[in-house]
Design a protein around this ligand. Structure first.
Ligand code: NAD
Length: 375
């Protein structure tokens, strides 16, 4: 089978679904791989890098006539129109939030596999693109914050006097939150963090931060995500958020409940009470944001001088490494889909990972998959 790696159509997208290295790994599974000219340019992967690795660089039409299209973002309407009937498309596609996309895949008669639907089980970690991206994005959130803050993170005692360390408060200690904690701690900041799952306290502490405890119990659903909080729990945490944010120089929010708009945790009143020059990086901006002042994709400065970053492309701002990680997640998936290493995709629906990512099969809707228990 031929795998086509297109140039991403979304304006400003810097990622590519295969680097020269990961494209070569796909060929070792028996696939013929063709990369669209310029596809990797913004990710430090010029056409010559692919050619040097023995990977064919082709034009748009050649790539889109492939048996399997592997992308980063969901295909656009125009791209869906170019898919061959019976072909397979693999990308991030938020199938739970995109019923119209599923209809388009069925009308096009294709098989669609969603990289962002990989179940959260240990065996699937090597294919978990959301974790790969959240990890890079958490790090980058700290870099963006440090740039805006314009002061050192680390405290110093010098002959010319003392400087205090920056105080960072991280909300949500999942993949992105832990990466942000690690980056901020390593730069010398004093980091505090909160998550509705108190069991992550140990991980938070091992990354160098102090866990903020609030008296409450939080249930975790069968798929490993936190459940929504009760009104009582919300009231208990609201006070804590207010106090922590007011005392922080930098607030990084990552709170997420899958399939729902992001919970609003940092209120307008709290932001109004923060010091001018403080920075909020709202990593949940794509889902509406955790902070009242957030505008998706934008940098906002409030009346009292708080900088609020709602960037949704944090992982794309480190495009070379994110593409390498995404490409490796893809290779790991194809190892699973190609048991014979013969360049043929063979879907096995007894496997919860393969069933979990299958959105349509030859034009038939397979969504949603049966629920998976976390391991
Ligand atoms: P995750 O599920 O691993 O972590 C989310 C954490 O938030 C969980 O630990 C959960 O318990 C916690 N949480 C839920 N509700 C909370 C609340 N009310 N208060 C405190 N904690 C709460 O998710 P992740 O992979 O770390 O991603 C985090 C966020 O970052 C997501 O919104 C994701 O979309 C976003 N993200 C943004 C970018 C970007 O460029 N801005 C890139 C990648 C990921």
């Amino acid at each position: 089978m031929r795998i086509g790696i297109p140039r991403e159509a979304w304006p400003g997208e810097s990622l590519v679904a295969a680097t020269a290295k990961t494209a070569e790994q796909l060929t070792k599974l028996g696939y013929d791989v063709v990369v669209e000219s310029g596809a990797g340019q913004a990710a430090d992967q010029p056409d010559e890098a692919y050619t040097a690795a023995g990977i064919r660089v082709g034009d748009h039409a050649t790539v889109w006539s492939s048996d399997v299209i592997v992308k980063v973002n969901a295909p656009t309407d125009e791209e869906i129109g170019q898919l061959r009937r019976g072909s397979t498309v693999v990308s991030i596609m938020a199938p739970g939030r995109s019923p119209e996309l599923i209809e388009k895949f069925t009308a096009a008669g294709v098989t669609a596999l969603a990289m962002d639907a990989v179940p959260r089980i240990s065996r699937a970690q090597s294919m978990d693109v959301l974790s790969s991206m959240a990890n890079v994005a958490g790090y980058r959130a700290v870099i963006e914050a440090a740039h805006e803050f314009g002061r050192m993170f680390t405290g110093q005692v010098t002959a010319a006097g003392k400087t205090a360390p920056a105080r960072v408060f991280v909300v949500g200690a999942g993949v992105a939150g832990l990466a942000a904690i690690g980056a901020a701690s390593s730069m010398g900041a004093v980091v505090r963090a909160f998550d509705v799952r108190p069991e992550v306290a140990e991980q938070v502490e091992s990354m160098g931060a102090e866990f903020v405890h609030v008296q409450m119990e939080q249930e975790v659903s069968s798929d490993g995500y936190a459940k929504e909080m009760t009104a009582e729990q919300e009231a208990a945490t609201a006070l804590m958020y207010d106090e922590e944010a007011r005392n922080a120089d930098i607030v990084i929010t990552t709170a997420l409940i899958p399939g729902r708009p992001a919970p609003k945790l940092i209120t307008a009143e709290t932001i109004a009470a923060m010091r001018g020059g403080s920075v909020i990086v709202d990593m949940a901006a794509a889902n509406g944001g955790n902070a009242a002042a957030t505008r998706t994709g934008e940098r906002v400065v409030t009346d009292n001088g708080v900088v609020v970053l709602g960037y949704t492309d944090l992982a794309g701002r480190l495009a070379a490494q994110t593409s390498q990680l995404y490409g490796t997640n893809i290779v790991n998936l194809f190892k699973l889909l190609t048991p014979g290493k013969d360049g043929q995709v063979t879907l096995d629906f007894d496997d919860v990972i393969q069933r979990g990512i299958t959105v349509t099969l030859d034009g038939e809707s397979m969504w949603p998959p049966p629920p998976v228990q976390v391991s």
